[in-house]
Design a protein around this ligand. Sequence first.
Ligand code: MN
Length: 254
Amino acid sequence: MKILVTNDDGIRSKGLRELVKALSAVGSVSVVAPDQERSGMGHAVTMHRPLRAVEISGIAGAVQAFQLDGTPADCVKLAVEVLLEQRPDLVVSGVNAGPNLGTDVLYSGTVSAAVEGIIMGIPAIAVSIADHSEGWLGLDRAVELAARIAQAIWEKGLPEDTLLNVNLPLLPAEEMKGIKVTRVGIRRYRDFVEQRQDPWGRPYYWLTGEAVDLDEGPDSDTRAVKDGWISITPIRFQLTHEEFRDELARWNIE
Ligand code: MN
């Protein structure tokens, strides 16, 4: 199995390095990842400046590695189109430092890299741990699980256009409750713009805020991770509100 690993925390991230090592036990791993942190980029692509890829060595477990001065989605596009000698069978994105749950999957560079995989017809996994700090709590379990899931996808396959979004709770591995298959919850933010002042008295703004989960159903990804479960959500790229299409047509907008 040929595996492409990418992320949005940058190629130097410990989450990526440990993921590569673990996946090298189940496949041939190549890396194309951003040269610096690109979290919160969503599905952005770079179209108005050139992209530079530099081949690098020293990533244990990788047969080939490139750093790219682009976004996570750029990395997957370039990996598949030009950088890798062979088309990957699987894209694995992560391990992200911080959860990607609920509506955050749309802001997430980690998940968007996996989405780019399925857009290109390649099954994909996004893996995140809840630990935002550099403490990497749960990372060992996350990479071990990523290897198992990769193996399972290799054996069973995934439905077309489907990725798996995996999130681990903020707990030591032995305290995690197990795996729950979930759906995407609804997460919004409260007080998300902080206004501060620069040394010259001019205002600047910092996007921050507290997550508010509006869908706390027992099978939502947000609830599951809060309760100490490992959440796995099958996600596909189908945004159309099918039930509303007929009614919208009856609006008769001319
Ligand atoms: Mn990130």
